[in-house]
Design a binder for this molecule. Structure first.
Ligand code: ADP
Ligand code: MG
Length: 335
């Protein structure tokens, strides 16, 4: 075959494989958009593990009518305008490709009411191209139906409804942990599965990881120039056979990072047996210019400019919190 330029839809379908590989990754992207829009309350409705329906309603800033088509256009974003912006990006999104990718593999409609608009407007990604008037008090509703209806090969990789829903619930929990001041509700097949009112960090951690977890936790809190960490680390007695209670966030973004995982393993070393895993919810804040979040389209990987410093800082903060003598008299060991 000769070299040819791929059609736009196919480019988006290829990109969709990386950005929106399953319902949970679609949901994560749409939740990030709602948070970037400054929402205070976010409602999520799923059907059939998210494959049949993902519907996210927010009360954020909304999208003006004339920008609705752009929101669905690849490489169109309101979040960065230059390389300089990219290097110090503070929003969760910036690539301008999530909605376009979803629109390429699902039936997507966007309904939104920007501040000051008399009413909302609704645009279907595969409709006439014209926005229609719609009713909505404020914010945005993103509705995605029949995920991968037009890419059967990808659809085959989806797991059972229960498994896909569990991944979706995990995505909500991660986002909710990092944003305790935002209310979230999640329903699946018409039944409420998670209801998280606005809370402080301890309240949100308790609501998601359980009060028994919180009761066994040490508070982690440390800061040096341009780098801080807060959160909760469970004492070794509270450990798990799996890694399902390990949450690390960098600038409000859930990350999987080898360097951070290593620092945390070290902090717990000698305290836990090999087959047990610790639990923690830790929130690292770092100068956005000192961390690259543009490593992978899913944005769960990061690269630190000074990885050694971050490793040491996290190790010491958590190790210190875990090895401090318990000051709560009710928990003091009798001698
Ligand atoms: P990105 O988030 O990387 O900019 P997206 O494809 O996820 O790219 O979204 C494209 C644009 O659509 C965003 O930059 C934003 O301006 C707008 N947008 C998407 N979702 C929302 C929302 N829930 N509320 C307000 N604006 C939104
Ligand atoms: Mg986005």
């Amino acid at each position: 075959m000769p070299i040819r330029l791929l059609p736009d839809l196919l480019i988006s379908q290829i990109a969709a494989g990386e950005v929106v590989e399953r319902p949970a990754s679609v949901l994560k992207e749409v939740l990030e958009n709602a948070l970037d829009a400054g929402s205070q309350a976010i409602q999520i409705q799923l059907e059939e593990g998210g494959v049949k329906l993902i519907r996210v309603s927010d009360d954020g800033c909304g999208i003006p009518k004339e920008e609705l088509p752009l929101a669905l256009t690849r490489h169109a974003t309101s979040k960065i305008a230059s390389l300089e912006d990219l290097e110090r990006v503070a929003t969760l999104g910036f690539r301008g490709e999530a909605l376009a990718s979803v629109a390429a593999v699902a039936r997507l409609t966007l309904t939104s009411r920007a501040a000051g608009a008399g009413h909302a407007w609704k645009l279907a990604a595969h409709g006439s191209g014209e926005a229609e008037p719609a009713a909505l008090a404020a914010g945005t509703v993103v509705e995605m139906r029949d995920l991968y209806y037009n890419t059967p090969a990808r659809r085959k990789f989806l797991k059972s409804e229960g498994t896909e829903f569990a991944h979706c619930a995990d995505a909500v929990k991660r986002v909710a942990l990092a944003h305790p001041g935002v209310a979230f509700s999640l329903s699946h097949n018409g039944r409420v599965s998670l209801s998280l009112p606005k809370a402080d960090l301890a309240g949100r951690v308790g609501a998601i990881l359980g009060q028994d977890f919180l009761a066994e936790c040490r508070r982690v809190e440390a800061a040096i120039n341009g780098l801080s960490i807060v959160g909760y680390a469970a004492q070794p007695a509270w450990s798990r056979p799996g890694r399902d209670a390990q949450y690390v966030f960098v600038n409000g973004r859930f990350v999987r990072d080898k360097l951070l995982a290593h620092a945390l393993r070290e902090a717990y070393q000698d305290m836990l047996h090999g087959s047990r895993h610790p639990g923690y919810a830790l929130f690292i804040e770092i100068d956005p210019a000192a961390v690259d979040v543009n490593v992978h389209p899913a944005k769960t990987e990061v690269r630190f400019r000074d990885g050694r410093a971050v490793h040491q800082f996290v190790y010491h903060a958590v190790h210190k919190a875990l090895s401090q003598v318990i000051s709560d008299p009710s928990r003091e060991v009798q001698t």
